[in-house]
Structures are given as C-alpha cells and as structure tokens.
Design a protein around this ligand. Structure first.
Ligand SMILES: Cc1ncc(COP(=O)(O)O)c(C=O)c1O
Length: 362
C-alpha cells in the first residue's frame, strides 16, 4: 500500500526544464533578472506595489522588524501559538517578542486578548494568519491604528488566501510569506516581503544587500546583511507561481472533501474556515480524544500526520515567559495536521478518512 505523507513538495517537469535552461544560459546563479520577474509576479498576485524576496521566511520577518526601525526594548506582540520562527525573527532583529493568547476558534490573535498584552513599550503587532485564516484582521488593523502601533503580517502560510477579497499580507505595514518546501508553492527555501510603502521597500532592499543602496557599489548607507535570493530559485518560483491558482482551488477542494467525509464524527472538530477566501495550506483538525493513539493508528496504515506546534512559552528559549495562554495550550494539545499535499487524490483522502473512522469505531 502506498504511503500518504503529511506533506510533500511538488516540483514537476516545468521546474526541472526551467532550471536546466537557466543553467545552460550561463547565469550567475545569484539574484538578478529572474528574481525581479518572480518578485513582480508575487506583487501582482497579492496586489501590493512592491515585493522583495529573501533567503527564507524567518529572515524576511527579521528584515521587516529592522526596516520598521524596531530595536532593543521595543516590544512586538506575537501570538503564543505559531511556528516559532515568528518569535525568533523578532529576537534575531534585536527587539522583544511579547506573547498574546490566541482565539480557540480561529487559532489566530484575538483583538480583545491582544489589547491586554499592550504595554507602553509595545511598538508593533505581528499578526500570523495561521493556515490562511485571519477572521479578526479588520479589528486588529483598527486596534493598531488606534494605538499607534505598526502591523507586520506574518503570512508565511497564506499565499493564496484572502480576507474580504484582498490578499492576506497587504493589510499591515509589511507582509511576509514563506516559500519553504511544505508551503503551497516552494523554492526550496525563500521568503517574500510585500508593502505599498516605497521607503520601507527601499530599506528592505538595503538590509538584504549589506546596507548598499546600489548593488555592486561598495558604499553602505545603512546596517545590512546578506539575505539575498538566487535566480536559480527564482526560475523554480516562476513555474510554481503559474501553478498557484490551480493549487489554491485544489487546497479548497481537499479541505471540503475532508469536511464532508468526516462530518458527524464527534471526535473531530474543524476550525471555522471560509473557503471563499481561505486556501488552507494544512488540513488542521482538533481531536476531541487522545491524539497520539490516533496518530499511531494512522501511521501503522501508512498515513502521516503531525501534531500542532507547542505553545511558544513552553519551548526552552522562552521558558522565562509567564502568562495565561490557555487557548494556545488547549489547541496545541488537541491539534493534528492531516495529509495535506496538493497532489493528494480524492481516493487518498477517502483512505485517510476511513482510517480515522475505523480508529473511532474499533
Ligand atoms: C507562521 C510562520 N512564520 C514563519 C515561518 C518561517 O518561514 P521559513 O521556514 O521560510 O523560515 C514559518 C514556516 O513555516 C511559519 O509557518
């Protein structure tokens, strides 16, 4: 019986041909015109004035924090339930992450709980649209405006997802996406930053290129690093972008099929998801029973799953963090990611759902 992994990247003949053609063209491999083309495709897809790609979705967030001028003692509110890179990027940039609990039904920041975490040192909010969802974003944008706070959107998991018709990532000052292998499209590693603010965009370009306003000229106007991309990745990204609309639709179909097939199973709860706007990257469910024996049962049937992230405050680098994070703790304990690749067939999904039902009726 073939194995159904929880996730797998999807690279086809088009990407292979594009890489070979690029290598034959004698390009320098590092970022150049293909990267500019890829950035243009991202900007036009999400509807932002500017896009700039960097090495991954962690340094993209760090670059965003730096470009916004946030530094030591400046507090940035980060959800306690997210991939740890959201918080680590703040630390990498030299600012201070302060954690807020999330909403149980969206897995995202909640404008009410968020307000409690604001102090007189808070300078920014990092909203993470987990799995493409951001149902409270409008209130969070309004709260940031009211309190004079900057808004970074960690949209690492949200390429292809919208909110009220506009693409996620364009509501804040800067939006950030990840292009790591499990994402809806990938370039192996990679991150993309989008903004409508030209000055911020120019700062991001300097930060990613050792602080140089002009590539190849060794004048360094600002502190900067090397967060650059490569044309080798860009040619893959361009081919992946051409497949994005199809994948967005397929992710929605896959999510709907899981919902239909598991309907009525009281032990499995789906997170509220508006499929009009959201392209769920991972199929995330809450298991209203012990999660690990179910995961083991599925594994024995060749079906891969993955437990949700632990709350950040429980991870060793953040052991000093104190607070009330009961929703993050609840979600982390119950959450399970089911097989989620765009190329799963309907038959694969039926097999996963039959496995889950068999477990609960054995
Ligand atoms: C919410 C979130 N933020 C940031 C990142 C970091 O992105 P990368 O793996 O490209 O560094 C990820 C990666 O999965 C993520 O899910």
């Amino acid at each position: 019986m073939n194995k159904i992994g929880q996730m797998a990247p999807w690279i086809g003949k088009e990407e292979r041909d594009a890489v070979l053609e690029y290598l034959d063209s004698g390009g320098w491999l590092t970022e150049f015109t293909r990267t500019r083309d890829f950035e243009q495709m991202i900007a036009s897809y999400v509807g932002s004035k500017h896009a700039c790609v960097v090495s991954n979705g962690t340094v993209s967030l760090a670059a965003a924090v730096m470009a916004l001028g946030l530094e030591r003692d400046d507090e940035i509110i980060v959800p306690d339930f997210t991939m740890i890179a959201s918080a680590n990027a703040v630390v990498l940039a030299g600012a201070k992450p302060v954690f807020a609990d999330v909403n149980r039904s969206s897995l995202c920041l909640d404008s009410n709980l968020l307000e409690e975490a604001i102090t007189d040192k808070t300078r920014a909010i990092m909203h993470v649209s987990l799995n493409g969802r951001c149902p409270d974003l409008e209130n969070i944008v309004a709260l940031a405006r009211k309190r004079g706070l900057l808004l970074i959107e960690d949209a690492a998991q949200s390429l292809g997802s919208r909110y009220g018709g506009r693409h996620v990532g364009v509501f804040g000052d800067i939006g950030s996406f990840s292009l790591s292998p499990a994402k809806i499209i990938t370039t192996g590693q990679g991150g993309a930053l989008v903004t409508d603010n030209e000055e911020l965009h120019n700062r991001l370009l300097m930060i990613k290129d050792y602080g140089r306003p002009q590539s190849g000229v060794d004048y360094h106007a600002a502190m900067g690093y090397n967060f650059k991309f490569t044309d080798l990745q860009a040619v893959i990204g361009i081919e992946q972008m051409k497949k994005l609309d199809w994948r967005v639709n397929r992710k929605k179909e896959i999510y709907q099929l899981y919902r239909d097939l598991l309907q009525g199973l009281s032990q499995i709860t789906f997170v509220d998801t508006d499929l009009q706007d959201t392209a769920p990257w991972f199929i995330d469910v809450l298991v209203e029973a012990e999660r690990e024996p179910l995961a083991e049962f599925l594994k024995a049937k060749g079906i891969g799953t993955r437990p949700f992230y632990p709350p950040i405050h429980t991870q060793p680098p953040y052991a000093h963090v104190k607070g009330n994070f009961k929703n993050a703790e609840y979600i982390s304990q119950k959450g399970l990611w089911l097989p989620s690749s765009s190329f799963l067939t309907d038959a694969d999904i039926e097999r996963v759902c039959l496995g889950i039902k068999a477990y609960f009726t054995q």
